[in-house]
Design a binder for this molecule. Structure first.
Ligand code: NDP
Length: 414
């Protein structure tokens, strides 16, 4: 990767994908020999406090009781695959806060952690699987939806196995590594006659939904530019960062992990699709343990003439900002994509005295509406708001961004 200081010597990202090294990683799933052993993530005791992030991303015990809603027997049953920081810290606790879904099964490569969580969430032994026994979930009538929350390179194979087992699928972002992978996943869902949704929680976040509404209502006039940046540091003593640093497991670096929020965010805020991109790799730490790109900047060009200037970085402190400038005013989501704390400001610049308004939304959980959407789609037999096609679109754009960074040329998106 000629511009990326941390690339694997002699093998750039596209060559890696083309040579099938990615497939090799998938076929030997879940063993990734050069990763350090993963310690189990013990649940942390403590109440679920709405509006505050948990202190540590290592899981929490089951919240007490279910919210009023459908009787338990009528709720859509979810199996969680991959009991890591996101699954245990955010998805499993929030499932119990939905009106129409329930947690019914766990799939994990770590039996001790799985059994501890099963006991905390009241899940019986008949609904516990590892990656070898996963396919027998086909016979588990308590499971309607399989939610894949593993490292990125495993998404495709697990989604295909879940469809083969006759289940509906919710899959984390990025949907997969290549556009071809994404298409294969969509095709598998169509063949099975099952739903496929991608876990784009920000599209269910009341702050982001409000920002879309304000832009469509003309509050900032005609949008002209977007500036979107996402970043965080990547300390390698944190287990969830170890696979993120490895090209063969993550499939891409900061772009696939968090830059995707800029790509997806610009698309839903503007309501249009980019037709071309330019990009450049930036700094790298020089750490040989990190084989993905750490920092990348890119521009996306939209048919209306809007340009989105974006960056993603593993070399900066937490940064999750999306800003849209229009000919009457501007709108800033900062933070735009935090789990709990978000802020939305709108500035009216059409008057002599500029007026800054802070939009506050008291009930702003984004996980619950996302999970409820998947369950409702199953119950009502309809397409999800964020289907496989949405995940494919982002992967296609991100592949174009890598091609643009490698070639130094503008790359068109068909
Ligand atoms: P973690 O590393 O915390 O968890 C991943 C889990 O996957 C592990 O705990 C493990 O679960 C399982 N796993 C199976 N094989 C491997 C392997 N070879 N190496 C590492 N883990 C393995 O990652 P995250 O929870 O942070 O991320 C998981 C997925 O969720 C990613 O696709 C990520 O992009 C996405 N994500 C989405 C977010 C969002 O806001 N939408 C936020 C964070 C992550 P077990 O031990 O049970 O088998």
């Amino acid at each position: 990767m000629k511009d990326n200081p941390n690339s694997t010597p002699g093998l750039n990202r596209r060559q890696f994908v083309k040579t099938g090294s990615g497939l090799l990683a998938m076929s030997s799933f879940p063993v990734v020999p050069d990763l350090p052993a993963r310690p189990a993530a013990p649940p942390v005791a403590g109440p679920i406090v709405e509006g505050f992030p948990p202190a540590q991303l290592v899981g929490r015990p089951a919240p007490e009781g279910l919210k009023p809603g459908l009787p338990t027997a009528e709720r859509v049953g979810f199996a969680i695959v991959g009991l890591g920081s996101y699954a245990t810290g955010y998805i499993m606790p929030n499932l119990a806060n939905t009106k129409n879904a329930k947690l019914t099964a766990l799939v994990s490569g770590n039996q001790e952690k799985r059994d501890t969580l099963a006991a905390a969430y009241g899940i019986g032994n008949d609904h516990l699987y590892d990656y070898d026994t996963f396919d027998t979930i086909a016979d588990d009538e308590a499971v309607d939806v399989v939610y894949i929350i593993t490292p990125n390179v495993f998404h495709r194979a697990l989604v295909e196995r879940a469809f083969a087992a006759g289940k509906h699928v919710l899959c984390e972002k990025p949907m997969a590594i290549t556009e071809a992978d994404c298409q294969a996943m969509i095709d598998a869902g169509n063949r099975a006659g099952r739903k496929l949704m991608i876990g784009y929680r920000a599209q269910f976040d009341p702050y982001n939904v409000k920002a879309i509404e304000l832009i469509r209502d003309g509050r900032i006039g005609e949008p002209s530019t977007v500036v979107a940046d996402h970043g965080h540091l990547l300390p390698l003593d944190v287990p969830k960062n170890q696979w993120r640093a490895k090209q063969e497991v993550a499939g891409g670096g900061s772009l696939y992990d968090i830059g995707i929020y800029n790509v997806n965010g610009a698309r839903y805020l503007l309501g249009e699709e980019p037709t071309a991109v330019r990009a450049k790799y930036h700094r790298g730490s020089g750490n040989p343990e990190v084989t993905v790109e750490e920092e990348i900047e890119w521009q996306m060009y939209f048919p209306s003439g809007v340009i989105a200037n974006c960056s993603s970085s593993y070399l900066t402190t937490n940064n999750k900002r999306i800003h849209v400038q229009g000919d009457k005013g501007e709108l800033t989501l900062d933070p735009a994509t935090n789990y709990y704390l978000r802020a939305l400001h709108v500035t009216d610049r059409s008057q002599e005295h500029h007026r800054l308004e802070e939009i506050q939304i008291p009930e702003s959980n984004q996980f619950v509406p996302m999970l409820e959407e998947m369950a409702a789609c199953v119950r009502e037999d309809r397409e999800p708001k964020t289907p496989g096609a949405e995940g494919l679109r982002d992967v296609k754009i991100m592949e174009a961004i890598y091609r643009a960074a490698e070639s130094g040329e503008e790359v068109s998106i068909g």
